[in-house]
Design a protein around this ligand. Structure first.
Ligand code: NAP
Length: 283
């Protein structure tokens, strides 16, 4: 049987963890990227002999290089190698009052980090005729209010994937972008606390201007978490993208992603804005 290996970044929770566990159960040698020892231990305790936690912070050059060395050292000699660029955070909040460093951090993790890891691992991917999966989002196609930093980063991944896909074609390296809709993971709850802190720290005048945003953010985080489908759905699609002979360039995961990507471009902007506010019950 063909030997396969894969690095999944951001495997401590949510979609990345689900991907790491599923791929290991399918016979992949999985390098599961984490940032904390306790997350590494939690993955090891899952008991998959094929699952090896690797420390990697996608925003730190030295960490990426050290992960590359660990992967090179442990990689089976004749295994193919793939990369799942999954690590990500959500930065949310009204653009007017968003600390500019938060916007930088959003791009640092979700965009620059993904490309930095891809650059570092490309020689290995080229040598092993590998595949790259990039974790985009339906929010790379539509951008509702209050989630602009996250959506802008996902829009950027759409562009980067298109170029990268064409640039790597001559070496047979396939690049696949996943566009999941709403998935039930801790990601929105994590960002909610951050944005509430930002709103609470505003001077009284601006706090008054954005007084309704607080409730909107809480409602959005609740709704996104409640409506989300299981991260196993995304993991299955990642497995498909890594194993089918001829993967598509993009996979939409979830009915919301399919529906919104198909119909949003057909709706005039102002009608789309109105519908978005109605559906998300925003003030
Ligand atoms: N949930 C959704 O609705 C949804 C929809 C579409 C796309 N996505 C995308 O799916 C990916 C995974 O998100 P998730 O929903 O599964 O959220 P999650 O459970 O919060 O997982 C995010 C992962 O990224 C890791 N991470 C964050 N910053 C990192 C850094 N600097 N270096 C390395 N790893 C880092 C986290 O590690 P720590 O535990 O160490 O922080 C965690 O393992 C993200 O790219 C997200 O944008 C999510």
């Amino acid at each position: 049987m063909e030997k396969r290996s894969v690095l999944v970044t951001g495997a401590s929770s949510g979609i990345g963890k689900e991907c790491a566990l599923l791929l290991a159960s399918l016979g992949f040698q999985v390098f599961a990227g984490v940032r904390r020892v306790q997350d590494a231990e939690a993955l090891t305790s899952a008991g998959h002999a094929l699952l090896l936690p690797v420390m990697i912070d996608v925003t730190v050059h030295a960490s990426i290089q050290s992960a590359l060395q660990s992967v090179r050292a442990a990689l089976s000699a004749d295994a193919s190698f793939a990369l799942v660029n999954n690590a990500g955070i959500t930065v949310a909040g009204p653009l007017e009052v968003l600390p500019i460093d938060s916007l930088r951090q959003q791009f640092e993790v979700n965009v620059i980090g993904q490309i930095a890891v891809t650059q570092a691992f490309l020689p290995l991917l080229r040598a092993r005729k590998g595949r790259i999966v990039i974790m985009g989002s339906v929010l790379g196609r539509i951008s509702p209010p209050l989630v602009a930093p996250y959506a802008a980063a996902k829009f950027a991944l759409e562009a980067l994937t298109d170029s990268l896909s064409q640039e790597l074609r001559k070496w047979g390296i396939r690049v696949v972008l996943l566009e999941p809709g709403n998935i039930a993971t801790p990601i929105w709850e994590k960002s909610k606390d951050r944005v509430l802190e930002i709103l609470d720290a505003l001077d009284p005048g601006r706090r008054e201007l954005y007084s309704e945003s607080r409730a909107d953010i809480e409602r959005l985080a609740r709704a996104f978490t409640r409506w989300g489908i299981a991260s196993a759905r995304v993991a299955k699609t990642v497995a498909k993208a890594l194993t089918v002979r001829n993967p598509r360039t993009r996979y939409r995961v979830g009915l919301d992603s399919k529906f919104l990507s198909t119909f949003s471009p057909l709706v005039p902007d102002r009608l789309r804005y109105w519908l978005t506010r109605r559906v998300l019950s925003l003030k």
